[in-house]
Design a protein around this ligand. Structure first.
Ligand SMILES: Cc1cc2nc3c(=O)[nH]c(=O)nc-3n(C[C@H](O)[C@H](O)[C@H](O)COP(=O)(O)OP(=O)(O)OC[C@H]3O[C@@H](n4cnc5c(N)ncnc54)[C@H](O)[C@@H]3O)c2cc1C
Length: 575
């Protein structure tokens, strides 16, 4: 058995920022960080557009209160406003801290950090490193981490959270290199395992975004919060779904339908292309639905609209958003300085997740906390994004709440003891789980079931939803799930058995997908990213609450948790 004072699962922005905080506050502490990828391949590395903070370098009228208001309004009033106040007040400090740790932000001519416009933000407050912001931040955090004695277990896959008597005691992990299974015991456990985009068939997320941390938490009997709120990013590159950052619209690109019109004028006249993502994604879906989409040959009625950068000029494109130009060029052969880019909404971000308080402590229910268990970043729901996240607020959340969670762990871990646990029991269970998967001799390959599942989630729980659609979706989902018992793995080896990992990940996708669909069925209103055709209005009287969904293979139970409203009363949301 491996022992650590603290074990962190996840080496993205949230996990690495928390690890740095703990190691900085308690030099010599024994921290282990586990990641199924190498940490610098965590999905944070793909973040493009930037990180929001009211530095006032470009816009002197900006304030944290304005950032907080934009965030709450963007969330369709479902965000917890105490958490939003922390997010927006601490933002400038964490960005300067990143800079002092070595992050190379893009600059204004006078040398200060540059800031750009972003959707739903009323001021130019997004700090950036061209369109490679996640890359710039993550690489610095990980090289800082290497220098401070944290043990990194890269390419170890965590299979299970060990939770006994309402206390997190450790995890069970599998080494991709040689198939070894280890039990890791710790005084505190932090999950920073990122999102679940791969539940759907078209996503901007990487292959590793399979919601593992969420599924492990749900299987341990703990709730997941607000799972119905799935963010569709308006500008996924057609047909592949990878992201064309909002920074492109922040720098001035237009959305155009088959008539050649800038249609956002009808949906958000004051913000146009820089409306929040839920509104812009719905607008694109409506335009396509009404036959004003475009086909690859340029004729009307097709499956995408155009993102038009041509008026911006080659020099601006290449200096401010070179990576987006490169993506369109490499993946679909478009030169965006002379051709418009085909785009449509793509699944991008998980607003919901593991419920935590503002110190990252995981909630057992609306009143109680779990001892020694923390979560941060996209896997967590603190809830600063409510029903719809604003662009450039996620990197911020990872850094602000990664740091705060690190502080909370550091101050609690010194008085804690290593827990007792039965290592042999957990090893036997993990070996049994692996061997029974390897022994299955069914007729289905994993990819077939995964594709069917992703197609089902996309068809029945997409941008627009209704009871009839989702009830049918739930029936089909369960039929697909029942085929899991008839899978077959061709790779029987223990060295780099990615097929086995995909089988384990598919189990997680299935838990997460069912929780999304069930939570969405339960919320009979339209709010933020959750658009119900049968309940088109927001209903504050009945649904100004967070959803807590408890999973069991037999049934899912839903309970509600109040929203913290401390600054801004809910109003009609218009842009
Ligand atoms: C293409 C793209 C562009 C984006 N651009 C922006 C932007 O400009 N601004 C912004 O604010 N937000 C942006 N976002 C969102 C933002 O990047 C993410 O929400 C954020 O980086 C998530 O960080 P994280 O630390 O929570 O998780 P991640 O960076 O996803 O890290 C998760 C970690 O958990 C590990 N892990 C997961 N499961 C297991 C397991 N079972 N065992 C072991 N390890 C595991 C992974 O290996 C990884 O190390 C973007 C998202 C995408 C997809």
């Amino acid at each position: 058995m491996l022992d650590h004072d603290v074990i962190i699962v996840g080496g993205g922005l949230a996990g690495s920022r928390a690890a740095l905080e703990i190691a900085g506050l308690l030099p010599g502490i024994n921290v282990g960080l586990i990641a199924k990828t190498h940490p610098i391949r965590s999905h944070s590395v793909a973040a493009q557009g930037g990180i929001a903070a009211t530095l006032k370098n470009v816009d002197t009228q900006d304030s944290w209160e304005s950032h907080a208001f934009d965030t709450v309004k963007g969330s369709d009033y479902l965000a917890d406003q105490d958490a939003v106040a922390i997010l927006t007040q601490e933002a400038p400090e964490v960005v300067f801290d990143l800079e002092h740790r070595g992050v190379l932000f893009s600059r204004l001519p006078d040398g200060r950090i540059a800031q750009r416009a972003f959707g739903g933000h009323s001021h130019n407050r997004t700090c950036y490193a061209a369109d490679k912001t996640g890359h710039a931040i993550l690489h610095e955090l990980i090289s800082n981490l290497m220098a401070c004695g944290v043990t990194i277990y890269d390419e170890w896959y965590v299979m299970r959270l060990i939770l006994e008597d309402n206390q997190a005691k450790g995890v069970v992990m599998y080494h991709l290199l040689d198939g070894k299974v280890e039990v890791v015991r710790a005084k505190s456990v932090l999950f920073a395992t990122g999102g679940y985009g791969r539940v759907f068939n078209t996503t901007s997320n990487d292959y590793a975004s399979t919601g593992d941390g969420l599924a492990m938490t749900a299987r341990a009997g703990l709730p997941l919060e607000d799972m119905e709120f799935v963010q569709f990013h308006p500008t996924g590159l057609y047909p592949v779904g990878v992201l064309i950052s909002e920074a492109v619209r922040g720098e001035g690109a237009h959305l155009i339908n088959s008539d050649g019109n800038r249609f956002m004028h009808h949906y958000a006249p004051s913000r146009m292309e820089l409306a929040p993502r839920d509104i812009t994604s719905r607008a694109i879906a409506i335009e396509i639905g009404k036959g004003r989409g475009i086909f690859p040959n340029g004729s009307p009625g097709g499956p995408f609209v155009y993102l038009d950068l041509r008026h911006m000029g080659r020099e601006k494109i290449m200096s401010r958003i070179p990576f987006c130009w490169e993506e369109a060029h490499r993946l679909v052969g478009i030169d965006a300085s002379i051709q418009p880019i085909p785009v449509r909404p793509t699944v991008h971000y998980s607003m919901g997740g593991i419920p935590v308080n503002t110190h990252g402590q995981v909630r057992r229910n609306s009143q109680e906390l779990v001892d020694g268990f923390f979560a941060a970043g996209e896997a967590a729901c603190v809830s600063v994004h409510g029903a719809n996240r604003l662009g450039s607020n996620s990197l911020l959340e990872c850094v602000v709440f990664g740091r705060r969670t690190g502080t909370a762990i550091a101050s609690s871990v010194i008085t804690r003891k290593l827990p007792d646990l039965d290592e042999a029991h957990y090893l036997k269970e993990a070996h049994h789980q692996i061997q029974s998967l390897l022994d299955q001799r069914g007729q289905y390959r994993i990819a077939e079931i995964r594709q069917a599942y992703q197609d089902c989630m996309t068809a029945f729980c997409g941008v627009f939803r209704s009871s009839a659609l989702m009830e049918e979706g739930l029936i089909q989902l369960r039929q697909i799930q029942s085929r899991y018992g008839q899978i077959r793995l061709d790779d029987q080896g223990s060295c780099w058995n990615t097929e086995l990992i995909e089988a384990l990940e598919l189990q997680n996708l299935m838990v997460v997908g069912e929780l999304i669909l069930f939570s969405a069925l339960n919320r009979k209103e339209s709010r933020g990213s959750h658009a119900r055709e049968d309940f088109p209005e927001r209903d504050d009287n009945n649904f100004l609450n967070h959803t807590l969904a408890f999973y069991s293979s037999a049934r899912i139970e839903i309970s509600l948790m109040p929203v913290v409203i401390s600054m801004f009363q809910p109003q009609a949301r218009q842009y």
